[in-house]
Design a protein around this ligand. Structure first.
Ligand SMILES: Nc1ncnc2c1ncn2[C@@H]1O[C@H](COP(=O)(O)OP(=O)(O)OP(=O)(O)O)[C@@H](O)[C@H]1O
Ligand SMILES: [Mg+2]
Length: 230
């Protein structure tokens, strides 16, 4: 579904990605793991076309994204939930859910969103800023699901959240996988990643240095600790 080959990315003069290779197949949940500054967010931003400059190839359902205008990427059905979440703080939950443009058929209805994230149900008139961190994260994911995207890029959805909320996000991601969504997930929390992902890519200094299938994660703990520096 998504194939990234020899991807280089630059912010001005600074060369941040040095030939990233990875693949996400239809229906998979795949994580990008790596230390701070490894280039995980930049990989996602490169897919969306919002870095300074990129070279290499990024094929989504056979279409090349490099050279494509950034506003066209979501219309192909790729949704990006950035680390900073991107919800509208001054709008309430319902407004946040009804505002996103539908870019493709098949976006989830508000009712389906409530089934996926029961915490958002009954909170329609609550202002964005008054939501807890977990609710804000759920709303950020929900907004993207409204658009009709079928491939979702999630940047550190569990960051700073309590274990019970992380668990709820995990349940939602598993449900999305069951519904056929394809998910690329940036995580620092590999314990969480291990509960939902099919495969894990390890990033170091702007490269993908390894790929570990989830069922081999336990056997590769030592390697993983080295990559993550934990
Ligand atoms: N807008 C920018 N301009 C210049 N350099 C940047 C910019 N954003 C990120 N970088 C640099 O690019 C490198 C990769 O950053 P990136 O944000 O992709 O890492 P990351 O793996 O997502 O890290 P983290 O776990 O901290 O989120 C870092 O060295 C960072 O300092
Ligand atoms: Mg990041």
């Amino acid at each position: 579904m998504l194939e990234v080959s020899d991807l280089h990315a630059f912010y001005g003069e600074s060369h941040v990605l040095h030939g990233v290779n990875l693949e996400v197949r239809q229906g998979e949940v795949v994580t990008l793991l790596g230390r701070n500054g490894a280039g995980k967010t930049t990989t996602m931003r490169s897919i969306m076309g919002i870095v300074g400059k990129r070279t290499g190839a990024i094929r989504f359902q056979g279409q090349e994204l490099i050279g494509m205008a950034p506003h066209r990427v979501p219309r192909l059905g790729i949704g990006y939930v950035p680390e900073e979440r991107g919800i509208f703080a001054s709008l309430n939950v319902d407004e946040n859910l009804t505002l996103p443009p539908v870019v493709k058929d098949g976006g989830m209805t508000v009712q389906q969103i409530h089934e996926l994230f029961p915490n958002l149900q009954g909170r329609g008139s609550t202002q964005g800023t008054r939501l807890s961190g977990g609710e804000q994260q759920m709303l950020a994911i929900a907004r993207i699901l409204r658009t009709g995207a079928t491939m979702i890029l999630l940047d550190e959805p569990t960051e700073g959240l309590a274990p019970v909320i992380i668990e709820q996000i995990g349940v939602a991601v598993r449900k999305l996988k069951q519904r056929g969504f394809t998910i690329l997930l940036v995580e620092q929390n590999f314990r969480f990643a291990a509960t939902i992902a099919d495969r894990h890519y390890m990033m170091e200094e702007g490269h993908v240095v390894d790929m570990i299938p989830n069922n081999q994660l336990a056997a590769n703990m030592e390697k993983l600790h080295t990559y993550l520096g934990v």
